[in-house]
Design a protein around this ligand. Sequence first.
Ligand SMILES: O=C(O)CCC(=O)C(=O)O
Length: 287
Amino acid sequence: MDIVETFERDGYLLINGGIHNTLLEQMREGMKPLFAWREQHEKVVSRHQTILQPEFCHRSFMEFLNLESINQVAESILGPEMITAGLAVLFGTREPQLCPWHRDFHDGKAETPDLLKPENGRLSIQFNGAVYDDPSLWVVPGSHRRPTTAAEREYTGEPRGGGSDPFDETDRTMREVLSGMPAAIHVNLKAGDCLLYNPMLWHAAEYRPEWKRATMHGGWKRKEGPDRFAAMRWGFNHNPWLFGDLSYLGDPGPYFGPQLERYRQSVANHFPDFVENALRSDPTPSQ
Ligand SMILES: O=C(O)CCC(=O)C(=O)O
């Protein structure tokens, strides 16, 4: 079975050691201002959603986004005309928290039945690229191409999106909640591993303060995705700075460069007002 068939069947692909060690070291440097940013927040912060903003964008992030080992696998699934979905970093939290079982576009949404059709399984990919060892994530293989089962519904309760909540472990540990989901498997990423996955997959995560976590979180879409589904336009308004002077990025590279151009084109097609405002105002970092 080739990688495309595996991705279609399971809804994910693991690229072992996709990020080489020298780059990992540089990315850890690039993470330092982001860890400092997190420390400034009183409340629990589990991610920074827009690390391509000028204040945080580090040269190593461009190199990561241009890794051939990862882009070629993604292109074999989505085709060469990929649109970037931006870049976030997942930290985990300062207090133990559970990111409960969910699909990114949940069962209550009108578009969900279509997004779950097997023929729509290759419109978008998201990734978790581990800069440090990362045992946080759990997934249910194959759940991206079928409606929620009665057992999953009973186990997960009301549909909800992502986000994480404090979890009282008096009666059950987070591990029990995660492993108790029917057919769930643990994704134990080692530093340098990159998981590509379909956002419709049931997934969940455990956040432990003792785990140092900086996992790159982004992805790609095929143009058809945002053209057909409003859900796939989520995040289009996260990066006003990508519509201004891009010289701060340096060389955006052979993969990310064209992916960024397609992103700008797709956002301009769907949200011309947003683009016009982004170009008019000074997109001062303000996350
Ligand atoms: O922290 C994680 O790895 C899970 C993130 C997540 O569930 C999401 O972004 O939808």
